[in-house]
Design a protein around this ligand. Sequence first.
Ligand code: C2E
Ligand code: MG
Ligand code: MG
Ligand code: MG
Length: 288
Amino acid sequence: SAKGDGKARSQQFHAQMDIDYHYRQRLKSDLRDAVRENALTLAFQPLLDLKTRKVVTCEALARWSHPELGMIPPSTFIPLAEEMGLISDITAWVLQRATLQCTQWPDNVCVAVNISARDFRVSNLNQLVDGALASSGLAPSRLEIEVTETAVIEEREIAQRLLTGFFKRGIAIALDDFGTGYSSLSYLNTLPLTKLKIDRSFVSDIAHNARSLRLLANVARLGRDLDLTVVAEGVETEEQLNTMLEHTDVQQVQGYYFSRPVAESEIGALIGSLNGNVQPIASTRRRG
Ligand code: C2E
Ligand code: MG
Ligand code: MG
Ligand code: MG
């Protein structure tokens, strides 16, 4: 009967909720251990300049490989870390590690670090950023902070104050996942931004859908009119790349077409090969 079905569904639903609850509790406790034991790792994904095709920035992306459950995506563990008050530990670690790694790259390659909403409230972000720059010796102009619309809206006042401070010190500020949040354009115009990262949902369709392409082109134009560097996320195919080159003002691109995020141990070589410096020693000799 319909009633019986409903009851079965409800039991199933509650059983699922139990599993979800226990799974989350386990993840939380294991995440606490992982952070304490320094078991998170970093992946890096390059952003390339569309004209020169050279790597301009590498974005640091946190990774958690659980000993039994395998890779847990950041979309799962970052919100847990926020709930648990662990996010500042993670942010501090990412900042330290990413800035240090960047000192190993060519001088014209920057590093980008993601900051979450909760960081504005609970972390002493100023101190974390200062500490990372001081201990790595990285120039502030080589650091980019990525924030989402949602994060800056949730923490309007603190975000405004902190970002203005970073901006004044020459740190780049990127608005991440642009177009997916609910912020008003007039509010965004009050933020000290240097870069707009257009969300990958604006890119996926452009090679086959004229309206999608016009939308991306106009969002990119908007960013350029506000004097921001415009980045497109999620470029996966050559078709998307060519369409973008021909019809939009997008300046930088990031996506699987160029490279997936790679392990820390591989990023140096990846920058070298993408920038065509596979044999740096030979080219030094030729010059000298
Ligand atoms: P995000 O900052 O927008 O990072 C880009 C995400 O898009 C990454 O996912 C990357 O692997 C993925 N991506 C890049 N190119 C492509 C593509 O061509 N196609 C598709 N389908 N995806 C692509 P990931 O590493 O899973 O990270 C997801 C989100 O988790 C990030 O989105 C960021 O919001 C957050 N996150 C990652 N690491 C950190 C961190 O250290 N701190 C904080 N607060 N958030 C982080
Ligand atoms: Mg990002
Ligand atoms: Mg993004
Ligand atoms: Mg995104």
